[in-house]
Design a binder for this molecule. Structure first.
Ligand code: OSB
Ligand code: MG
Length: 377
């Protein structure tokens, strides 16, 4: 069944929890350092006692994208939830809800968390696993790790060693001006031909072409979002000049962005983050539109709730490239789900076969909530 045709009804309440979780290691990118994550965890209940969970994995500041914790909370409480309250008078399809939400421009992360909770609820109340709903077929997914900017190259080598020894199949390194060619050179020397890629988080301009031409010599799997966060066409100019595939992250907000960027040669690969593209139904559409070897699943340091759903997405056959979904212990100790997500010695995560494979620790959630709001639906 097409995900957009699923029918929802009988919704009772929606609860938003703004939580705060310390990261095991601070995460530093070209736009700054993060010590905590502040996602909004969304819980939807129906009148039969079924529950669905979703996560809006926004950041506190508008440095990765314009959305923040406060904008997501505001758009959810002032616009998205009132729409849901209205449409819940009768049964409705996801397509109908998404059509109403088209009138609320942008705010993909805000929409995504609520959509995820609705899909999770539908899956629980109809006893169809979420993986089956996503048409996922794989029993395990290959995985990688995204490593932030470190104090110095020795620390970076230690971090890579640690994750290499744990079996992670691909290493992604954050770069910025003056933390690019020199680290890649050192890492290739130390680790040989490991699967390596870089993510610039928009830290460069076209004037930096010489840097990218130098990076071209190091057989990187791809360069993620080298240029401006909002500029797809500029990446086409860069891709025409370099041989390393460009992967777009920040610039892609929906299935059309993804399809057209590939078609017009602005990039060769898309980092699919369900939050950034407005939810799992859009993430699935992008994967199915583009097919194998062109997409992989990124992350926003999700807690276990969003991460397990990202794992189910990556169990679709299109996800051949290892993603950024690492084990729970790479992010949080403890995570908010039981059992935690584990990466095996060969760098695979086992795909949960049913919805009960993971439980949400609600007591812990309540303890780490800065703000909890429940609305009747
Ligand atoms: O650019 O992919 C990114 C985390 C926060 C914001 C942006 C990005 C990232 C990551 C980490 O790279 C991915 C993860 O481990 O969840
Ligand atoms: Mg990125």
């Amino acid at each position: 069944m097409d995900l957009s045709n699923i029918e929802l009804s009988n919704l009772k309440s929606i609860t938003l929890r703004e939580i705060q979780l310390p990261l095991v290691h601070p995460f530093t990118t070209s736009f700054g350092q993060q010590d905590y994550t502040h996602p909004i965890i969304i819980e939807i209940q129906d009148n039969d006692g079924n529950i669905g969970w979703g996560e809006t994995s926004v950041m506190k500041s508008p440095s990765y994208c314009y959305e923040t914790l406060d904008t997501a909370w505001s758009v959810q409480t002032n616009f998205l939830i009132p729409t849901l309250q209205l449409i819940n008078n009768t049964s409705f399809t996801l397509k109908e809800l998404k059509s109403d939400w088209l009138k609320i421009r942008g705010h993909e992360f805000a929409k995504s968390g609520i959509e995820a909770a609705l899909l999770s609820l539908y899956s629980n109340s109809n006893s169809i696993s979420l993986g089956k709903l996503f048409k996922s077929t794989k029993s395990k997914i290959p995985t990688g790790v995204s490593l932030g900017i470190q104090k110095n190259i020795d620390t970076l080598i230690d971090r890579i060693n640690y994750f290499n020894n744990k079996g992670y199949q691909r290493i992604k390194l954050k770069i910025k001006p003056n933390w690019d060619v020199k680290i890649i050179k050192a890492i290739r020397k130390e680790f040989g031909d490991i699967q390596l890629m870089v993510d610039a988080n928009s830290a460069y301009t076209l004037d930096d072409l010489p840097i990218f031409l130098t990076l071209d010599q190091y057989e990187l799997m791809m360069i993620e979002q080298p240029l401006d966060y909002n500029d797809i066409l500029l990446h086409k100019k860069l891709q025409d000049e370099i041989s390393t595939p460009i992967c777009l992250d920040e610039s892609i907000h929906n299935p059309n962005d993804a399809k057209l960027s590939i078609e017009h040669g602005a990039c060769k690969i898309i980092n699919i983050k369900p939050g950034r593209v407005g939810g799992y139904s859009n993430a699935i559409k992008i994967a199915e539109d583009l097919g194998k070897d062109k997409v992989w699943c990124g992350g926003m340091l999700e807690t276990g709730i969003g991460r397990v759903q990202n794992i189910l997405l990556q169990a679709k056959e299109e996800f051949t490239i290892p993603g950024d979904t690492s084990g729970s212990n790479r992010y949080y100790s403890p995570d908010i789900i039981t059992p935690e997500v584990i990466v095996d010695q060969d760098g695979f995560i086992e795909v949960p076969s049913d919805n009960n494979a993971f439980q949400v620790n609600v007591d812990m959630l309540n303890k780490i909530s800065n703000q909890i709001l429940t609305y009747k639906l």
